[in-house]
Design a protein around this ligand. Structure first.
Ligand code: ZN
Length: 423
């Protein structure tokens, strides 16, 4: 990150507070930055329950203890740092995750955790008097890079993943999730739903780097989430006929690659017309020989849209185009929906409260990415803040937020926590 630069323009009334908040953010960020970074790619490899993740968790614990916060690990390995009594109820909780995708960026997750501690520092500097307990959290295994399922820590807590299902999760080396937790020094014996803990939370606010360019386009450093778009994955199996690439006349071929290609183009068209997203990014080909017409092309479609009706329309359009192409080229087509996540609407009352606390004109935006906040929203009133990411790039070492924007995010989060948890 760049060094802290003074903001241009007239001094903000809380400029002195901002300067020390910027310093505490900067110090934590510098401290955490080298952990789990790959020297060659420059990306992060902080996979759940590995050495890098353990180092991140040690960092979290040290931050909690250095502030005199009450430190806890819950039954699912999620970390908590409490200002006030964890058992009092109606708590205001903020935080995110510290794990990463393979060669991930620095901000996705850690920005929320670092900003949460920095926002607490800011509130203490303001002399805020807490009327409710406040906690900073680090949810375990949000990205799912190691065990193939996202948001494991929050899913377990919310009862969206059973202990039995969690015991079945294996990494690429066949190590089960409980064994991995154990190896990292975390007791897995009680993993499972944690309704009593969630019942003690009055509001959960997750700050996250934006994974798109809406704030860059609108010219705002910080925004509020409206909803997480519904999204799903579909498998398209295009069955044709394998044959010799050098001797089979074009007229005689049943080439599923043609239908696949036309379907990819149709997906792009349907998504563009609907203002949605559709991506074919994974493909399997049989027999996968350079001189053999394929017998099978299997392609996976990921599609997301702002609402269910739009998503249904996009998928119907893509399916129709795929069937028409299949008929044209003599291909047998089968389509199966492999997963689906309905829209997550963040609680309107909390969202409106945030907008009020942050002043008028703050943008409210949807996102296509999943988050712990989305998982928890079924159990707890939940909201999200986004910090501008000028390139919109995420899940890549190029992911970025300017330090001034990060500090603006910290101040916004502090304002929200003060409004929700202080007199
Ligand atoms: Zn994230």
């Amino acid at each position: 990150m760049s060094s802290v630069a003074p903001a241009d323009g007239p001094p903000h009334p809380s400029a002195a507070g901002s300067a020390s908040t910027a310093a505490s953010f900067h110090e934590m960020w510098a401290d955490l930055s080298p952990v789990g970074r790959d020297d060659d790619s420059g990306g992060y490899r902080r996979y759940a329950w590995t050495a890098a993740d353990t180092d991140c968790r040690a960092w979290f614990r040290a931050q909690a203890e250095s502030r005199g916060l009450i430190y806890e690990v819950d039954r699912n390995g999620n970390q908590w740092a409490w200002q006030g009594d964890p058992l009092a109820g109606d708590a205001v909780v903020t935080g995110s995750h510290l794990d990463s995708v393979p060669d991930g960026g620095a901000f996705d997750g850690p920005l929320g955790v670092v900003s949460s501690f920095a926002a607490l520092d800011e509130l203490r500097r303001r002399g805020a008097e807490f009327t409710k307990p406040v906690a900073v959290t680090n949810f375990g295994d949000e990205e799912g890079a190691r065990f193939g399922l996202a948001c494991v820590g929050s899913r377990l807590a919310a009862g969206r993943l059973t202990a039995a299902e969690a015991h079945e999760l294996r990494d690429a080396d066949g190590v089960s999730l409980p064994r991995a937790m154990e190896a990292a020094g975390c007791d897995p014996s009680a993993i499972g739903p944690d309704p009593e803990r969630l019942a003690r939370i009055g509001a959960f606010v997750e700050l996250h780097v934006e994974q798109g360019r809406a704030l860059d386009v609108s010219g705002d450093p910080v925004g509020i989430a409206s909803a997480i778009w519904p999204h799903g994955r579909w498998r398209f199996d295009f069955h044709g006929e394998a044959n010799h690439a050098g001797t089979t006349r074009l007229e005689d071929r049943r080439d599923p690659m043609l239908t696949y290609a036309e379907t990819v183009v149709a997906a792009r068209r349907e998504a563009r017309l609907a203002g949605a997203l559709a991506t074919f990014a994974k493909i399997a080909v049989e027999p996968n020989g350079v001189n053999a017409i394929p017998s099978l092309v299997r392609g996976w479609l990921d599609s997301r849209a702002a609402d269910q009706e739009t998503l249904d329309r996009v998928i119907a359009g893509i399916e129709q185009a795929a069937h028409e192409s299949a008929t044209r080229w003599g291909i047998d087509l089968r389509i199966a929906r492999e997963s689906f996540t309905p829209v997550v609407e963040f609680e309107h009352a909390l969202r409106d409260e945030l907008a009020k606390l942050l002043g008028g004109g703050i943008p409210v935006l949807g996102t296509g990415a999943g988050h712990d906040a989305g998982i928890l929203s079924a159990s707890v009133p939940t909201a999200m803040l986004f910090v501008r990411n000028p390139t919109g790039i995420s899940h890549s070492p190029a992911e970025y937020a300017a330090e001034d924007d990060c500090v603006a995010g910290v101040i916004a989060l502090a304002d929200v926590l003060e409004g929700l948890a202080c007199t």
